[in-house]
Structures are given as C-alpha cells and as structure tokens.
Design a protein around this ligand. Structure first.
Ligand code: IMP
Ligand code: MG
Length: 179
C-alpha cells in the first residue's frame, strides 16, 4: 500500500494512547448509566473494538451502516440506512462511534435519527475530525484527532475498500483520488 501513501498523519502509538484516554473519560462519564455504543460500519469497527476494551463499565454494542461515498472522495449530502440497529435505543444513553467527521452530514442525520427513537441522550465520539470541511454543525463530545483537509486511510478508514487494516492513519497521495 506504500505507493498510495503520502505521509502518516497519526502514528499507531498516538492512537493507542488517545483511545485509552477516551475510554477512561467515557468510563467516568457513564458510570451508573445505560450506555450503548453505536458503531458506524465499516469505518468505525477498528476504533470501536479498541475503544470498548478501554471502557471499564458494562455497555451495549450495536451497529448501523449508512450509504458512503463509494469510490468517489466527495460527499453528496445524501444519507441512507443500509443496515439498521438490531435493538432499541429507547431510554438508553447512546454514543455514536464514527471514524471521521468530514462535511458532518452523516452525523447530523444519525444523531437526529437516534434522538427520534427515544434515546435518553445522544453523544458523538469520533476518531478523526476535518473541521475545514464542515458543512453542517455537529457537536463532537469525544474527539481523537483533528486533521487537515486530506483524504486519509488506515485504522478502519478506506479508499475504495483499500487501507482499512493499516495500524496508523495516513494521507492518500493526491494523484490517487484525483484520477
Ligand atoms: P460526512 O458525512 O461528510 O461527515 O462523511 C463522513 C463519512 O465519510 C465517514 O464516515 C467516512 O466513511 C467518509 N470519509 C470522509 N472523509 C474520509 C477520508 O478522509 N477517508 C475515508 N473516508 C472518509
Ligand atoms: Mg464512515
């Protein structure tokens, strides 16, 4: 995959430390609550699986999949549910776990959607944030790293399904996604 990568933006050990910090914060913030983490497939799977092992209180896990960019690297603003939650989130405290916030369309839609199902609270935990690209405002409660406006792969994130298994986050070479 080396020929696709411009530079590493977040190293493996930086991720490990940050995920431990986020897990510890969530542990304290949700003690005695009825917490469900909702991971957004497929990008958040690696982050979520490391995050939950750093949370030291009982939790539930569920997943949703929404329409993604496919092969193109730009957002359309359209969001469609491809796989819905298995269980109810009524009266639960939900944290949506995402890989990255770009325009914000996906998370704006998802927070609204989960609130309407009667969740007691809905917060957002994202590994990465590209604030320069934001189109709609989404409050981020738990953030891993802010990154510049680059298309990134690794630690769950892909370009046309490539790169999810890299243990770090790396910027793609421009010539790859401008083709
Ligand atoms: P948003 O709706 O524009 O905020 O897009 C969020 C979704 O777009 C993320 O969950 C990712 O699946 C995808 N995405 C946005 N930027 C990147 C990137 O740099 N690399 C890989 N996927 C990305
Ligand atoms: Mg995603």
């Amino acid at each position: 995959m080396d020929h696709l990568i411009k530079e590493i933006l977040v190293e493996e050990d930086q991720i490990r430390k940050k995920v431990a910090e986020l897990g510890a914060r969530i542990t304290e913030d949700y003690r005695g609550k009825d917490l469900i983490l909702v991971g957004i497939l497929k990008g958040a799977v690696i982050f979520m699986s490391d995050l939950v092992r750093n949370i030291k209180i009982p939790i539930g896990m569920d997943f949703m999949a929404v329409s993604s960019y496919g092969r193109s690297a730009t957002s359309t603003g359209e969001v469609r549910i491809i796989k819905d939650l298995d269980g109810s989130v009524e009266n639960k405290d939900v944290i949506i776990v995402e890989d990255i916030i770009d325009t914000g369309y996906t998370l704006a839609y998802l927070t609204d959607n989960i609130r309407k199902r009667g969740a007691r609270s809905v917060k957002v935990c994202t590994l990465l944030d590209k604030p320069e690209r934001r189109k709609v405002d989404v409050p981020v409660d738990y953030l891993g790293f802010e990154i510049p406006d680059e298309f990134v792969i690794g630690y769950g994130l892909d370009y046309a399904e490539i790169g999810r298994n890299l243990p770090y986050v790396a910027a793609l070479k421009e010539e790859v996604y401008n083709k």
